[in-house]
Design a protein around this ligand. Sequence first.
Ligand code: T5A
Length: 208
Amino acid sequence: MSGQFITVEGGEGAGKTTQLAFMREYLEQRGHRVTLTREPGGTALGEEIRSLLLGHRHDGMALATETLLVFAARAEHLERVIRPALAAGHWVLCDRFTDATYAYQGGGRGLPLERITILENWVQGGLQPDLTLVFDAPVAVGLERAGRRGAADRFEREETAFFERVRAVYLDRARQDPDRCRIVNADRPVVMVRAEVEAILAKWLGCR
Ligand code: T5A
């Protein structure tokens, strides 16, 4: 089987990174070579852009700037990591991708979604994830979990309504694209979420 592109999405503290470690283990145990990466970031340049986006040095950054930085990091990521890994037959597990831009810059900040689609078409040239898991939990639950990590980044300082809009866009996109997306109830203990993730992967692998 050729390389597959799997993304995980969801609001702050939904538990994506925790589950990605399990997903990697699950796939490697079944003989797949896995490239685990994240956005924004995943390359040296992308990680520098990440620090600009998440840090507080440019708190008042314009929405267009923020969105273009996200896609600049993504262009680099696709060119240097994602496309080469897929071409080499690796399974790419990516912590957030373009659904996050629709959710955060579109839903959260109010950027017209058509503008994101223009950038998506340019930068991705038709490449889309094969499977996307959307981890869904009430905003308060996710923020409480994320808050345990310490200092809030530039996004985590937004108000609750921002994250409610993010959540709504994620759920909307997942429901509109059921072939690609699976919604995971993340408001449960880690082991229960893991069991659902494994069941989704097992079923999906069985259909490939
Ligand atoms: N962004 C990103 C955009 O605005 N546009 C874009 O296009 C992209 C790609 C990235 C930020 O960038 C923005 C969105 C984000 O704000 P980040 O730090 O990568 O920043 O943000 P998150 O991905 O949200 O990282 P978090 O660590 O906050 O969330 P995770 O990965 O969902 O959660 P995780 O697994 O690290 O867990 C958080 C805590 O909760 C515990 C864990 O042990 C950990 O302590 N936990 C649970 N506790 C109880 N029950 C469970 N089921 C738990 N699962 C995990």
